[in-house]
Design a protein around this ligand. Structure first.
Ligand code: ADP
Length: 363
């Protein structure tokens, strides 16, 4: 298959339905060949943005460019964009072969090359031996592969996937996300997929954009978003985070003082991106919190919090604690190894967070 790698750029895209703004000044640049995820909760505008790229929705403001060329006025069928829908939208009365061939028949592809292309697409997704079956005779994962084959057979410039794995059960989802990633790597096709599942986005995408209420919150790799979330929303949506609101009351050379609401005064190391005086949110991940008995040595290497265990869950590889610290409840995950006993509910404990693992986010 000969697939071009194209870039996609959204510049100041806005879209409203009546007085409801669904996308607000969205800017993003997707590189040629990139596997890119649009991640956000339900109703955040992900599908609207995807459909806009396909040409099914029209933005009122901004520009949409493929390889630098504005395609805003180009109708869907002239965009050469392939879209896989959540429910796959296969023709039930047609065989797998005919489903995959459909787009090429529409294009009046010569017989010989049609045969070659359909064959190649079915080989690609490993379904050649099912060519004569109907979709109802296939598993959910196989149906999805047919939908993918049907889409890539027309050699689109862009592959768009709307919640491609949401109809599959958990195990199959994990397997299919591997397959999807391999397929994308093989084709090298610029691919944009929509998901509300952060794990799915993190495990498959090269980069992702996080959306909330139609506003693009942050773009980056999974590790960049996880380690350096730009704001409270991203910190809580990409992975889990402890979030404590408060106020930066003092900033000195290397340190700052954070008045954590309901928790107390914390002295923290200052980093170049720390916000200045005023409202802020302290964010840190449960697995970076150490949990120990109160009489252990305390030094300046960590932020220390004193608390009481409210509950503990043994998960095998780790134990998850909910610890009350003043008015806040902090989640701490402790890795488990053979012989380590758990702190019981009511235990007085000390939590430690290394300065490098705590982030202050501007409010
Ligand atoms: P997501 O894909 O993130 O779940 P959508 O893009 O489907 O979100 O929807 C974003 C918002 O736009 C939602 O509040 C939804 O109700 C609204 N919306 C979507 N399509 C329409 C439409 N055709 N008319 C009016 N409102 C719509």
């Amino acid at each position: 298959m000969h697939l071009n790698k194209v870039s996609l750029e959204a510049r100041h895209i806005s879209l409203s339905y009546g007085s409801t703004e669904v996308l607000k000044d969205v800017n993003l640049h997707i590189e040629p060949g990139e596997f890119f995820a649009l991640l956000g909760p339900s109703g955040s505008g992900k599908s609207t943005l995807l459909r806009l790229i396909a040409g099914f929705n029209q933005h009122q403001r901004g520009e949409l460019l493929i390889d630098g060329k504005d395609i805003t006025g180009t109708p869907p069928h002239l965009r050469n964009v392939g879209m896989v829908f959540q429910n796959y939208a296969l023709w039930p009365h047609m065989t797998v072969w005919d489903n995959v061939a459909f787009g090429l028949v529409e294009r009046k592809e010569p017989k010989e090359s049609l045969k070659r292309k359909v064959g190649a697409a079915l080989e690609l997704v490993g379904l050649m031996q099912y060519a004569q079956r109907r979709p109802s005779q296939l598993s959910g994962g196989q149906q999805q592969r047919v939908a993918l084959a049907r889409t890539v057979v027309i050699e689109p410039k862009l592959l768009l996937l709307d919640e491609p794995l949401s109809n599959l059960d958990k195990n199959l989802r994990v397997q299919m996300r591997e397959e999807l990633k391999n397929l994308q790597r093989t084709l090298g096709l610029t691919t944009i997929f929509v998901t509300h599942d952060q794990e799915e986005a993190m495990t498959t995408a090269d980069r992702m954009a996080v959306l909330d209420k139609g506003v693009l919150q942050q773009i980056g790799t999974a590790t960049a978003l996880f380690d350096y979330p730009a704001n409270r929303f991203v910190a809580g949506f990409v992975g889990t985070a402890n979030l404590v609101d408060g106020t930066v009351t003092q900033v000195n050379g290397e340190t700052l003082t954070f008045q954590a609401d309901g928790v107390g005064t914390l002295v923290m190391a200052r980093s170049p991106d720390t916000p200045g005086l005023g409202k802020a949110t302290l964010a840190f991940r449960p697995h970076t919190v150490s949990i120990s008995v109160r009489d252990e040595h305390v030094d300046a290497s960590r932020i220390w919090l004193e608390g009481k265990v409210e509950s503990s869950e043994f998960l095998g590889e780790s134990s998850r604690y909910r610890v009350r610290v003043g008015e806040a409840v902090i989640v701490a995950n402790q890795s488990h190894y053979c012989g380590l006993s758990l702190f019981p509910p009511g235990a007085e404990v000390r939590l430690g967070i290394e300065h490098s693992q705590a982030r202050l986010l501007a409010a």
